[in-house]
Design a protein. Structure first.
Lengths: 239, 484
């Protein structure tokens, strides 16, 4: 990619992707994901893979761009609302003594963990190197294995790789969900940009898959929080 | 109209079952009724008469319809078992919706993008059933259950992404027009193998399946392995049919697929032999069988394909039989939960017989149905290179050894209850002082009949395979990627 002709929207996708990969806290990563959806919609509007059929504020855009924005917004809303109102509450009257004890123990452990979790720079070393690796791969792969134009290739490789690395490095379940949503967005973009005849139904299913995936991540997050009073994945593997 | 009814009826019934989910018996009865009506609808679908709906092409071939009817029959058996076996509160609605989506996939096979996404949706839906608890249970959802569900979710989404990517690549590929680019046929095959490998659990993408068998309810596992995995396999075959260039440009790739199949069958059999838990062993044997299926597909020859498809059919009743039997064997029998039970054959004779019969059918031991498919796969291996039969036979031998080990350790041990002498009465001891006699209820008659029916199906497939073989042979003859 020629830096002199840098596409600002592509740069925005790059920066928001980088933020998602680096930010450990879901409260910061979800706004970055919203930013990412906005930039991807802007990229689609700019590239006009599908002929525009709407005028929004004097700009011609395709309905598909609008659908992408709504889908992204819905997914973010589902994740944020879940994160803020968490917890599938068990009916305590149904639970036996062992289960009640376990719930109390989990709540105590989560409270202790929150109290003893300081900010450590070392936690960011691996994500920073992952970011560098994703950036290098996203710049190299469009040259080694070109599929569309360089800009398209960079964007879908970048989204896919950031999603993949986010999942690999995720410490909590919401970050895994964000990674999965990014990977889905990557193939959605690839299909929209490159398929010879873009069909409405696969695109509609992609949007539906995004929303259903966000719902399932929200459900599992609630289940995990209700059970262990934390979203940390390492708690799942403690005996 | 019939197609619309076929798609929307499961949605309406799943919604009804969800609303009524607190009434367990009624919900299961709704499931049974739905399965019967849906079977009638599936039987009425026109064969090989493509139709258009919402811009999508709908078509079903004779084998696709047979798959559809078999899935429905197996789902019906699962619902019947659900009358007596514990299951989650959302099991019936999820099973109806899953079956409905699987049916839609079988009709939409000419729309690979849509089917790949439907597979992702089915995977996401199945997660709901994995973490499900029965109504009013006093227990919490286990950590390992949540971990299993999360692992399944991530892997199934990644599987869908790989498939989708492969389909995008193959549709934009124009042979000869862009000579400066690398042919994407190899990359496409690699993506498809990874995507479907994750789905049908071939080594090294198999880890979710043993976890699922161990931690999820057996009925949910049956739903996933029987309906979702088998329809994925059929989708793989149809993908190669629609894009035969993937096969024609990849003779080396097919050899690699055969290698993966052998590797999967061998490694999974060894891991099954090493397991202490019965459920884990069962999970690894499912993976072992997936190795045979992928090997048959990799041969891309008539014999191997017919064997693979026959095996895909014959494993359906066997898998359900094994899982129902496992659920029956694990029922409380009055002994403390931490006591290892070694006399299950004497305690639950029907369940133990079903378990052993299902295992033998899965491993392809005559006279069960699995033998026919396996035999054809051995022959296909021999046609490729005589030595290829050896690792496949070794894998089967190890798998049989794993079953023998479990049978010796868990089924054929001395019966506690049969050989226990009446303890002598102590001086001054009365009836009230004596420990309460352990209540030993007999096996549920309904479940026993179901086990016998499934065992009978496995036997019938082995003794009279010809009608099914002829049907499969006709379909395989029409596949464009098959080499003579």
């Amino acid at each position: 990619m020629d830096i002199g002709n840098l596409n600002l929207i592509v740069a925005g996708i790059g920066i928001s992707g980088g933020l998602i990969l680096l930010l450990r806290d879901w409260r910061l990563a979800t706004p970055a994901l919203l930013l990412m959806y906005g930039f991807v919609a802007a990229f689609l509007a700019q590239q006009q893979f599908i002929p525009p059929d709407l005028q929004v504020g004097g700009y011609p855009i395709s309905t598909m761009v609008l659908i992408k924005l709504i889908t992204g917004g819905s997914a973010i809303a589902i994740l944020v609302i879940t994160a803020l109102t968490f917890s599938r509450e068990y009916n305590l009257e149904d639970l036996d003594e062992f289960s009640l004890t376990e719930l109390r123990r989990a709540a105590r452990r989560a409270q202790q963990q929150r109290a003893t979790q300081p900010f450590r720079v070392t936690d960011y070393i691996v994500p920073i190197w992952a970011l560098v690796l994703a950036l290098l791969a996203s710049l190299a792969l469009p040259r080694l294995y070109p599929i569309g134009t360089q800009e398209i290739d960079f964007v879908w490789y970048w989204l896919g790789l950031v999603g993949l690395f986010s999942m690999v490095l995720a410490a909590d379940i919401l970050k895994i969900g964000i990674g999965l949503l990014l990977v889905i967005e990557s193939i959605s973009l690839l299909y929209t940009a490159l398929a010879r005849a873009v069909q409405v139904i696969p695109l509609a299913f992609l949007s539906l898959t995004t929303v259903v995936l966000a719902l399932m991540i929200a459900y599992l997050s609630g289940l995990l929080y209700g059970r262990l009073k934390t979203l940390e994945l390492n708690e799942l593997y403690k005996s | 109209m019939l197609y619309l009814l076929f798609f929307l009826f499961p949605v309406a019934m799943a919604a009804s079952a969800f609303v009524l989910r607190k009434q367990t018996t009624l919900t299961v009865a709704i499931g049974v009724g739905w399965a019967l009506v849906q079977t009638a609808l599936a039987a009425a679908l026109p064969v090989e008469q493509p139709a258009r709906l919402l811009g999508l092409t709908l078509n079903v071939d004779p084998l696709g319809r047979l798959f559809l009817l078999t899935f429905l029959a197996i789902t019906l058996c699962s619902f019947l078992a659900a009358f007596a076996l514990p299951h989650g509160e959302n099991y019936v609605p999820v099973a109806i919706l899953t079956q409905g989506l699987a049916g839609s996939m079988l009709l939409l096979l000419q729309e690979p993008f849509t089917v790949a996404l439907l597979l992702v949706s089915v995977g996401i839906l199945a997660v709901l059933a994995i973490v499900d608890l029965p109504i009013g249970t006093p227990a919490l959802v286990g950590r390992k259950v949540i971990a299993t569900a999360l692992k399944y979710l991530v892997l199934m989404v990644m599987s869908g992404v790989m498939m989708y990517l492969a389909f995008v690549l193959i549709t934009i590929y124009e042979p000869g027009t862009l000579p400066e680019r690398v042919s994407p046929a190899r990359l496409t095959l690699a993506l498809l193998v990874i995507g479907f490998g994750l789905r049908i659990a071939i080594v090294p993408f198999h880890t979710w399946l043993p976890d699922l068998v161990e931690h999820a309810s057996p009925l949910v596992t049956a739903l996933i392995v029987v309906v979702i995995n088998t329809s994925s396999l059929w989708f793989f075959v149809q993908s190669l049919q629609f894009f035969p260039i993937i096969v024609f440009e990849n003779s080396r790739g097919l050899q690699i697929i055969m290698g993966i199949g052998i590797f999967t069958a061998l490694v999974a059999a060894i891991l099954a032999l090493a397991q202490e838990q019965m459920r884990q062993m069962v999970g690894y044997l499912f993976v072992h069988n997936a190795g045979f299926l992928i090997f048959g597909l990799g041969t891309a020859q008539t014999f191997g394909m017919v064997g693979m498809l026959f095996e895909a059919f014959s494993q359906l009743p066997a898998i359900l039989l094994i899982l129902i039997s496992v659920a029956m064997l694990e029922r409380p029998d009055g002994r403390p939960a931490n006591v290892l039970r070694r006399d299950l054959l004497w305690r639950w004779p029907v369940a133990a017989t079903g378990f052993l019969g299902g295992m033998l059918a899965l491993l392809g031991i005559p006279p069960f149905g699995g033998f026919v498919g396996k035999w054809m796969i051995y022959q296909a291996a021999h046609d490729q290179a005589a030595w290829l039969v050896v690792p496949l036979l070794v894998a089967t031998a190890i798998a049989v050894l794993a079953v023998v080990r479990v049978a010796r350790e868990r089924l054929f041990g001395p019966a506690d209850d049969l050989y226990q002498d009446e303890p002598d009465r102590l001086l001054g001891e009365t009836e009230v002082d004596r420990p309460q006699e352990r209540r030993l209820p007999s096996e549920s008659a309904g479940l026993a009949i179901l086990v016998m029916v499934l065992l009978g199906m496995c036997l019938v497939l082995g003794l009279y395979p010809q009608p099914l073989l002829t049907l499969i042979q006709n379909v395989v003859d029409g596949l464009s990627f098959i080499q003579a």
